[in-house]
Ligand binder design. Structure first.
Ligand code: ATP
Ligand code: MG
Length: 195
């Protein structure tokens, strides 16, 4: 029988080989999708990681939530973070399609500027996927701009469902599953957890 030590040594050799093969350094496109909790908070957490290392970041929230998030309160004052909250609440509250499209286009115009600016290392487009679901934004110009962005620039996009064509150009895709959510146990949306 193989000892635990032998198995670990073998595992380490395999990992070392994989690490040696991954040599490229460049900006990545990361998509966070799925019905579970943790997409936006993961994007903001990763941004904190990048900014902590001295990188410059911008966040565009394509949908304005009911409540201002703690991350916005914390990060908006940071000298290396630009934070834009676009839109006006949830569609089923506003029910004004023209107004929603205008807001989406305004948010995209801003996003496009950042995608052309090499002085930004890290971009978060929160809830951008929603814009495609409701056809508030055309997908192809977004794909083109993502592909033409500065080579070192990282982009994270969140949203429950991602268009297939966007997935096709992504480097990393995480699907966050909803196994259980406290809301269904009767727990209300709490500061510090939901927003
Ligand atoms: P978070 O902002 O906590 O990272 P998220 O970005 O993954 O969550 P969204 O789909 O943007 O989730 O939903 C917005 C809000 O709804 C969040 O505050 C989140 O906690 C809550 N939420 C997420 N998933 C569920 C769910 N399956 N059931 C009920 N509420 C949810
Ligand atoms: Mg979210």
């Amino acid at each position: 029988m193989k000892s635990h030590q032998d198995r670990m040594a073998r595992k380490k050799a395999v990992m070392d080989e994989r690490i040696a093969k991954a040599t490229e350094e460049r900006g990545v496109l990361i998509l966070l999708k799925g019905n579970g909790k943790g997409k936006s908070s993961s994007a903001f957490g990763t941004m904190a990681r990048a900014v902590g290392h001295g990188q410059r970041a911008a966040v565009i929230q394509f949908i304005k939530g009911r409540k201002e998030t703690g991350e916005h309160k914390l990060f908006r004052e940071h000298e290396r973070i630009d934070w834009h909250v676009m839109g006006h609440g949830f569609t089923w509250e506003t029910q004004d399609k023209d107004q929603d499209i205008a807001a989406a286009e305004k948010a995209w115009a801003l996003a496009e500027r950042y995608l052309k600016d090499p002085s930004y290392d890290f971009l978060v487009f929160d809830e951008m996927a929603y814009m495609f679901k409701y056809k508030y934004l055309a997908l192809q110009p977004v794909i083109d701009a993502l592909q033409a962005r500065p080579a070192h620039q990282h982009v994270m996009i969140t949203g429950r469902r991602m268009p297939e064509d966007l997935e096709a150009i992504a480097d990393t895709i995480s699907n966050i599953m909803d196994e259980r959510h406290a809301f269904r146990l009767g727990v209300k949306a709490q500061a510090g957890i939901e927003f």
